[in-house]
Design a protein around this ligand. Structure first.
Ligand code: ATP
Ligand code: MG
Length: 389
């Protein structure tokens, strides 16, 4: 019989109560992911392990390896926990991959089973494999082939493949954040990193109206839908805010170099209002130190206080290349096509705006009222399983 075994890394370090809660949230997320793919299954959680049984273990493993909190997934053969049976099954596995001249290693674990220790288990399995493929050699540091065997109170497990999962913490264990989503490359990655860290996410996009690009909203909707595919079964909301009235006001100001600061503060102010309305704990954006004028340390210090809740910047220390690589893996990378850019940005934005000047301008234009009004214009797009509902 085959089963899919899940490894969940860091959750192991939690206290028993927290661990139990996290594992129950993760198994529920796994159930939703398998349900979304139409894969019937049964989940069991014997001590320290999550095992999934079903008719299509390979497809189950692939689906589960996309679930936050999962470090890796393996399709295992389940046996009884006696040493000879485990060795015989391991020989079958090795027979499929191990050729004469190749090196191999047996990685053995044992717990709750008497009569042998893990070294003895490894040695018995290793010699059974050498009987079958005598021209193979043992190499414990850099083997060409590895087979994993476990003897546990609930039975024996044999496997030789690991599908890598995203790691992180189960989605929904860390409370809610409001993530500012743009049509760019960075913000979808920032949102994904917070999802991976267990936060429920609500997306906010500030729509520039006639001042923004023409394709911006479509691109944002694609990012939004794509990100929802990472949390199957969970609805993901995108709140689109109309920013046109604010832009009307700031293009009339005589100091164009402060526009980006005013704009970014306005976005945080509106997102803060929406976060408080929903009881979300923090805002998330794709800021990356030194990337553009509004992301200098000096300007971030002037911008952040406009938010009424904490601003998290998961990409702050990344290099652009790393962000692009992640965006590709997540599925949100798009070489920019069409017109998405902002038309309000000045040619020479200030890299160190004086806070007092900014506050004065905001008072003059009534930025707080404009923000409250903008927060009232929200259009909601709900995505689920990779599609806009
Ligand atoms: P990205 O950073 O996503 O590549 P960008 O480079 O166009 O987009 P920046 O000017 O770098 O955006 O803005 C920094 C962050 O501010 C973004 O990562 C995003 O979180 C937020 N942001 C920018 N524009 C918008 C918008 N129109 N709506 C919502 N959030 C936005
Ligand atoms: Mg950016």
């Amino acid at each position: 019989m085959e089963a899919v075994m899940i490894r969940y890394g860091e959750i192991f370090l939690k206290s028993e109560t927290v661990k139990r809660r996290f594992i129950s949230i993760m198994t529920e997320n796994i159930r939703l992911a398998l349900e979304a793919k139409g894969l019937s299954h049964r989940i069991e959680t014997p001590r320290g392990r999550i095992l999934i049984f079903g008719d299509e273990p390979r497809r189950i493993a692939a689906a589960v390896a996309g679930t936050f909190g999962v470090v890796s997934a393996s399709v295992c053969t389940m046996t009884s926990s006696d040493i000879d049976t485990i060795a015989a099954v391991a020989v079958e596995h090795a027979g499929r991959h191990l050729r004469p001249g190749m090196s191999f290693a047996v990685r053995a674990r044992r717990s709750g089973v008497e009569g042998f220790n893990s070294q003895e288990l490894a040695a018995a399995v290793g010699s059974a494999i050498l009987d079958r493929v005598p021209e193979a050699t043992v190499d414990l540091s850099t083997p060409d082939y590895e087979v994993f065997v476990e003897a546990r109170e609930f039975g024996g497990l044999v496997y030789d493949e690991r599908l890598k999962g995203p790691g992180g913490l189960p989605y929904g264990t860390q409370g809610e954040v409001v993530a500012l989503l743009s049509e760019g490359i960075d913000s979808p990655v920032a949102s994904w990193l917070m999802m991976r860290r267990g936060c429920r996410v609500v997306h906010v996009h500030m729509h520039g109206g006639r001042f923004g690009g023409t394709d911006g909203e479509e691109t944002v909707l694609r990012h939004h839908a794509r990100l929802s595919a990472w949390v199957p079964g969970h609805p993901l909301d995108l709140l689109v805010v109309d920013m046109e009235p604010f832009f009307e006001v700031i293009i009339a100001l005589k100091e164009p170099r402060y526009r980006c600061i005013l704009c970014k503060r306005f976005m945080l102010r509106v997102a803060g209002i929406l976060a408080e309305e929903r009881g979300a704990y923090a805002l998330v954006n794709g800021d990356n130190l030194g990337q553009v004028a509004s992301q200098t340390l000096a300007n971030m210090a002037v911008i952040a206080p406009a938010a009424s809740v904490t601003v998290l910047r998961p990409l702050i220390g990344f290099d652009k290349e790393e962000i692009v690589e992640r965006a590709r893996a997540i599925g949100t990378f798009e070489a920019r096509a069409g017109s998405t850019g902002c038309t309000v940005a000045p040619r020479y934005p200030s890299t160190a705006a004086p806070a007092a000047t900014i506050v004065d301008i905001e008072e003059k234009i009534g930025a707080k009222d404009l923000a409250v009004r903008a927060a009232g214009t929200v259009r909601v797009y709900r995505a689920k399983n990779g599609e806009i509902a």
